[in-house]
Design a protein around this ligand. Sequence first.
Ligand code: FES
Length: 106
Amino acid sequence: MASIVSMVAAPGFCYSKSTMVGGASTVTARPRRLVVVRAEGQGINPDIRKVEEKVVDAVVVTELSKPLTAYCRCWRSKTFPLCDGSHVKHNKATGDNVGPLLLKKQ
Ligand code: FES
């Protein structure tokens, strides 16, 4: 019959030591479980230019087919990577200030 007598944590792995009747022991290593923590209620933009009503950047590109192309940065567009305006609803619902990346043909 085995009993766990100690648990030791080390980066990346959890170790457990089992001692058998008679004194023999084994050490088992298994990968540590990854825990994902999400910020709730703060939107996707935690701290970039929060004083602005909407964060919009523009880059001049010479090879674009249209004069202006908006790329989504809020991750809510149904036409991702292109912006479809979904950021407006997201901003109203969360108080966030995300906006598209505008690429302008020169
Ligand atoms: Fe995402 Fe406009 S829909 S930035």
